[in-house]
Each structure stands twice: as structure tokens, then as C-alpha cells.
Ligand binder design. Structure first.
Ligand SMILES: NC(=O)c1ccc[n+]([C@@H]2O[C@H](COP(=O)([O-])OP(=O)(O)OC[C@H]3O[C@@H](n4cnc5c(N)ncnc54)[C@H](OP(=O)(O)O)[C@@H]3O)[C@@H](O)[C@H]2O)c1
Length: 237
């Protein structure tokens, strides 16, 4: 099989659907990851040529194994599925919210990445793109002139994405000699269903998807283990 393949988790809507659309337009066969078959199928039909449904709940180990068994070679993995249950401060966030958030945003990424590693290793230039968040930047959250102030909250979500950033570095280092590029994207605030702040935002999800596409198509002499904004500029950890 010579066709290039990509998997985008949580691709039935939002930024993930736009990433899948762009990858399909690039000529990839794109597995549209969706935990709900109906929602996923609608996205597949909307995207059109190149899109295929892959039922995938990133918190379901058996489902992940079944999905991985259906994919022989994978050129690009975009770990996009994510949740943001609340915008609460750490002082108002119970451990259960952290568990639920990390289950999807952190453990889900580990489980999916590990399950698809054999398929990624069959690709000549494997790329992994982790959809993180600028709100996870500890530099942007602290002085001087923090973009995210103490009122920004979303403690479970932001700390989960900081953990994802750490994993991005560790996977990039572990896989560097095997030709992988593993990078994290800060998509910017986009109008999606993620949380009330995103829903009220004006940012176009398709613009963020362009940033993911760039990281998915990185040439071999590109950086790995980095954190980049949607426009390609580096984001400080
Ligand atoms: N929007 C922003 O401003 C913004 C900013 C920074 C980072 N991000 C990141 O961008 C990514 C995409 O978010 P979005 O804004 O596009 O939000 P969204 O519209 O809510 O989309 C999230 C996607 O993730 C899926 N998902 C959630 N839990 C899942 C699970 N357990 N298994 C599989 N899929 C699951 C959702 O599926 P269902 O439809 O089944 O729920 C949906 O397809 C997330 O990682 C988010 O943290 C977004």
C-alpha cells in the first residue's frame, strides 16, 4: 500500500474535523476517529473523498486495540481528542475532574500512541501531532506579563495539557532515531464546543488546523519535540 494514511482522534467535529479535511485534501486516506459512529459517519460524508470512519474512544482500551488492528500503516497520528469539563480554579476542582480530564487528554494520548506505534513504524516518515494548548504554557502563565492570569482557571484542563507537553518531549526523544517527528500544537482560541470560552470565541478552527497540517507534513530536517503556535511560531514551555 503506497497511499499515505493519517488518523485524527476526535475528528467528528471542531478542530479535528478541519484537520481531517485538510489531510484528505492533501491526498491522505484519513481515518476520522470518532467515539460515536453516527457523528463520525456524518463527518466522513461531509469531508468526502479520502475520509474513512474509525470508531475510537480514546479512553476505551479494547476499542483502541480493535481500531489499531484495522490500520496497517500510519504516516500521521494527530492526537486531537480532548475535553475541558470546567474553567474552575484549582481550589474549586476535585480530584475526580482531574481524573476524567487526564483520562482523555493524557492517558488517552498515551494509549492511542502506543497502540498505533507499530503502524507508525511501517511509515517512512512518521509524524505525531499532539493538540495541546497555549494555556498549558507555564511561561505564558507566569511573570513577566502573563497571557493567562490567575483568573484564567481551567486547572484540570491546563495541567493536563502541560502533562501532554511533557509527553511530547519524551516521545520525541524516544523516537528521534527512528525518523519520527513528534510535536505539540497550540491552536489558539477557536469557536468550538470545547468549553464556554471557546464557544464564545471568534477564532476559526480551520486556521488552527493549518498549523496541525504543517506539523503533519514536516520534512525530515525539521525539529522534533517542539511546541508551536498555529502560525508556526515556537511557544515557550
Ligand atoms: N477550541 C479551542 O479554543 C482550543 C484551544 C486550545 C486547544 N484546543 C484543543 O483542540 C482539540 C480539539 O478541541 P475542539 O476545540 O475542536 O473541541 P470540540 O469541538 O469539543 O471537539 C473535541 C473532539 O474530541 C472528541 N472526544 C472527546 N472525548 C473523546 C474520547 N474519549 N474519545 C474520542 N474522542 C473524544 C469529541 O467527540 P464527541 O463529539 O463524541 O464529544 C470531539 O470530536 C482538543 O484537544 C482541545 O483541547 C482547543
Amino acid at each position: 500500500m503506497n497511499e499515505r494514511t493519517a488518523l485524527v482522534t476526535g475528528a467528528n467535529k471542531g478542530i479535528g474535523k478541519d484537520i481531517a479535511r485538510l489531510l484528505a485534501a492533501e491526498g491522505f486516506t484519513v481515518y476520522v476517529g470518532s467515539r460515536d459512529p453516527g457523528r463520525g459517519q456524518r463527518a466522513v460524508e461531509e469531508i468526502g473523498a479520502g475520509a474513512r470512519l474509525l470508531v475510537l474512544d480514546v479512553t476505551d482500551p479494547d476499542g483502541i486495540a480493535q481500531a489499531a488492528a484495522q490500520v496497517d500503516r500510519l504516516d500521521v497520528l494527530v492526537n486531537n481528542a480532548g475535553i475541558s469539563p470546567s474553567l474552575a480554579q484549582p481550589t474549586d476542582t476535585g480530584v475526580e475532574e482531574y481524573r476524567r480530564t487526564y483520562e482523555t487528554n493524557v492517558f488517552g494520548v498515551v494509549a492511542v500512541t502506543n497502540a498505533f506505534l507499530p503502524a507508525l513504524r511501517r511509515a517512512p516518515h512518521p509524524r505525531i501531532v499532539n493538540i495541546s494548548s497555549g494555556t498549558a504554557s507555564l511561561t505564558w502563565s507566569t511573570t513577566p506579563n502573563p497571557q493567562f492570569t490567575p483568573t484564567s482557571g481551567a486547572a484540570a484542563y491546563r495541567s493536563s495539557k502541560a502533562a501532554l507537553n511533557a509527553l511530547t518531549v519524551l516521545y520525541a526523544q524516544a523516537l528521534a532515531d527512528d525518523g519520527f517527528k513528534v510535536n505539540a500544537l497550540a491552536p489558539g482560541l477557536r469557536a468550538t464546543d470545547l468549553n464556554p470560552r471557546a464557544a464564545a470565541a471568534g477564532g476559526d478552527p480551520a486556521e488552527a488546523a493549518q498549523g496541525a497540517l504543517r506539523l503533519a507534513l514536516l520534512p525530515d530536517d525539521s525539529p522534533t519535540g517542539g511546541f508551536f503556535s498555529w502560525d508556526g511560531t515556537p511557544v515557550p514551555w
